[in-house]
Structures are given as C-alpha cells and as structure tokens.
Design a protein around this ligand. Sequence first.
Ligand code: KIV
Length: 275
Amino acid sequence: MKNTSVTFKDSKKNGEKLTMLTAYDYTTAKLLDESGVDSILVGDSLGMVVLGYDDTLSVTMEDMIHHSAAVARGAKNALVITDMPFMSYQTSVYDAVVNAGRLVKDGKAQAVKLEGGIEFCEHIKAIVKASIPVCAHIGLTPQSINAFGGFKVQGKGKEEAQRLLDEARAVEEAGAFAVVLECVPEKLAKKISESISIPTIGIGAGAGCDGQVLVYQDMLAMYSDFKPKFVKQYAQIGSVMKDAFRQYIDEVKSGAFPSEEHTFKIDDDIIENLY
Ligand code: KIV
C-alpha cells in the first residue's frame, strides 16, 4: 500500500513507529522500497554524500528535481519526501510555493521538507494551501550551519528547549504533517513528541520520537568523511564495495576476468574467413 502524508499521521495515532531513510537514485530507492521502509527522503544531504560538497548549501533546485524524479520511479509504496534546498524558500513565501510545486510537478515528490520553525510558518501554510504536504525540520538544521557555527546538539539550555517545543507546536499549527527533530536531547524530543499530534521523525534525537531517519550511506558505512555520534552502522558496505573493486582490478590485470561464462561465442568458421 502506498504510504502518504495521511497514513503517516495515522501511524502516530496507532502507535506505530515510522521508518525513513534517504535515497538519491532509482536503484537505491527500489531496494529501500522492497525492504518495506515507510518513507524515502530525498535529502539535500545529497550535496555531501553524493556530490562531495562540504555542506548542503550549494545544492540547487535542479539537483533536487533530478534526483527526486529518479527516486520516485523506484518507490512503489514508500512516501517520497523531497528537501527544499537552501534559498529555494527562504527568499519569500511566493518562492516557497513555486519551488515546492516544481518538486512535486517535475521531481514527482509526494511531499516536501523544509528547515526552520516559527519563522517559516507562513511559508508552510502557503505550501499546504497549495495542497502540497510539508514535513518541517527543526533542531540542528544544516542549511543554517554558518549561523550555528558548526554541527551542534540543539535545545540543551532552558530557553532553547522551550523554543524548540514552541517551534514544534507552531509547525503543527501551520499545517505540517510531520516534523524532523535533528540533534536534540532525548528527553526533549520525547516531550515534543508527546506534546504534538503529528509524527516526529528523529535523527540524533533518541528513541522517544515517533519515527527515525538516517542517511543510507551513513548506516551502511559508505561515507567516511564524517561519522556523527547518532549513526549506527548496520553493515560495512563501504568495505565490501572496496574489496569487490580491488578483486575486479586484480582479475582484469591478471586476465582472470572475463572468463568463459562472461563471454559471447561465434563460430570459428566466421572468424577464419574474415579478411
Ligand atoms: O538532508 C537530509 O538527509 C536530511 C536528514 C538528515 C534528515 O535532512
């Protein structure tokens, strides 16, 4: 059954935990979908784990549309949520609606995600009014890395914790169907999850959230530039890939690949009569 923003909200009502992983291409999306994940996030983490930038700030609308459409082709049942990249919505409510619309029309997203709380509620309301479901994202919001001065846990002090709770309530009120909580202390994330009716999706926010999200290259140990504390590596796919690449290189160099089973045949007659 196709997951939607509505089934997402129902899951919270029914006390079912939600699963979300990122993907940026058709093959990975299909593998995730076949594994039964509830949602695929085409995150702007694309900038770091696929395009090799230091942060997410250089990612463009064209990048997001291109990768979102590829993911959507591979996602039969998972809800496809696509990130609004830096400066695609911060500039105005109008830009937010136009660009959310492009992610749906051209990127085939079923919903969009944007970073920010209270200050972006007008944007969320306008996008939702255009019938596009919005997932909010508060706590550590990587597009604000320059303002934060680094990747840091958010909401540890009394005022900051209250602010995050207020932000969560505000995005719910503005019409968001879910909210990502990134790098938030576990007890605060639990309090937020209990205080709002829309699902919270945690990343570095502990077990009290209504669901969890991870970047797939992180959970498969494929991205080695940076390993946040909250990442659990479920498999060492990076090493498996490197071993396979090395074996291929050795076999090509030694002549062991390709062998008989990987080659096509032709009658000797034909070859002998060529001039
Ligand atoms: O871009 C992304 O992958 C994200 C997740 C880390 C939540 O926003």
